[in-house]
Design a binder for this molecule. Structure first.
Ligand code: FAD
Length: 292
């Protein structure tokens, strides 16, 4: 049995209190949300916080709501809530696609979007999803609130823009007309982390050409999205030849490593194939939204 190093624990009563506790206990304190990433790391002694600040009582952090042209999701929102939200399914089907293949119901009932993004594991599905949707993170700290684009949020594996004395508060997704998105993942068995996964989001002009496109890949050491592949699509009518070309560029841009999930060639092949599929599906969804 793996046992974590000794630690102390406090339950925050609201966001201000959580920030005060982080300040009081200093660099050795860590937020705990669902605990599905932090606790395994503590058991393996890869993380040894002296204080855990539990934010599970903070109902103010657990919501999905429409605000003008934004869908705003609180950091403590559970995977299950995202999976079951009608607004999410309608506006951002990529989130639902991803949630269907994240872990199992036990993990999804407790794990949170904030924990997923702050963990910043290179295989984390929601990191790619948020990159592709060009989401914004709202971070609160002792000096107030700041808004960070997803492209600036992830600083590298397990590193984010959230400082030790700050809290990820909410994630904002902009609702765009005539848009569609999709996510697809290959895993070794149901509920496993990705061997490789791909996400795409497209926005169409009134004449049906691609106005905006984003392509992301999971678990293949790609930082952010793939601008060269996205440029191929922009201004064009969606077409299979374009998907093939964009997928080829995306697969060439990633840097998979050989491990127990497979060799480099296999992962690059998956990146190519999955990118084609998500582009096809995202464009079909955008066209349906346009007609619909
Ligand atoms: C068996 C298993 C299978 C899994 N499979 C997948 C999978 O296929 N795909 C996938 O994407 N994920 C998978 N996960 C991870 C799962 O999605 C976790 O829920 C997620 O990684 C972390 O969310 P959490 O709420 O549990 O975070 P926690 O473990 O509580 O926290 C993770 C980190 O984020 C920090 N943190 C949490 N919330 C905040 C906040 N609001 N502000 C600042 N810092 C914060 C914590 O301090 C910690 O450093 C799996 C997990 C398990 C246990």
């Amino acid at each position: 049995m793996q046992i974590p190093a000794p630690f102390d624990y406090e339950r925050a009563s609201d966001v201000a209190n959580a920030l005060a506790l982080l300040e009081r206990h200093g660099p050795e304190s860590r937020i705990i949300a669902g605990g599905h990433s932090l606790l395994p790391m503590m058991k393996l002694r890869l993380a040894r916080p002296e204080w855990l600040i539990d934010i599970n009582d903070l109902a103010e952090l657990e919501f999905i709501r429409r605000e003008g042209d934004q869908l705003v999701v609180g950091a403590l929102t559970r995977h299950t809530a995202l999976l079951e939200s009608a607004d999410v399914a309608e506006l951002f089907p990529i989130i639902r696609d991803a949630e269907q293949v994240i872990a199992d119901p036990v993990v999804r009932n407790r794990g949170t979007i904030g924990g997923s993004l702050c963990q910043a594991d290179p295989a984390e599905d929601l990191s790619t999803v948020c990159d592709v949707l060009r989401a914004h993170a709202v971070i609160r700290g002792p000096d107030g609130e700041r808004i960070v684009a997803m492209s600036d949020f992830h600083r590298g594996p397990y590193e984010t823009a959230v400082a030790q004395n700050e809290l990820l508060y909410e994630i904002r997704f902009t609702v765009r007309p005539r848009s569609g998105s999709a996510y697809e993942k290959v895993e070794r068995r149901v509920g496993d982390w990705a061997v490789v996964a791909a996400g795409a989001a497209v926005g169409l002009s009134a004449d049906g050409t691609v106005e905006e496109a984003a392509i992301g890949l999971t678990a293949v050491a790609l930082d952010g999205t793939v601008p060269e592949a996205e440029a191929v699509l922009r201004g064009q009518q969606p077409h299979e030849d374009l998907f093939v070309e964009a997928a080829r560029i995306a697969a060439a841009a990633c840097n998979p490593v050989a491990d127990q999930r497979g060799p480099v060639d296999y992962k690059r092949h998956l990146a190519d194939e999955l990118t084609r599929r998500v582009l096809r599906r995202a464009c079909a969804r955008a066209t349906a939204a346009q007609e619909g």
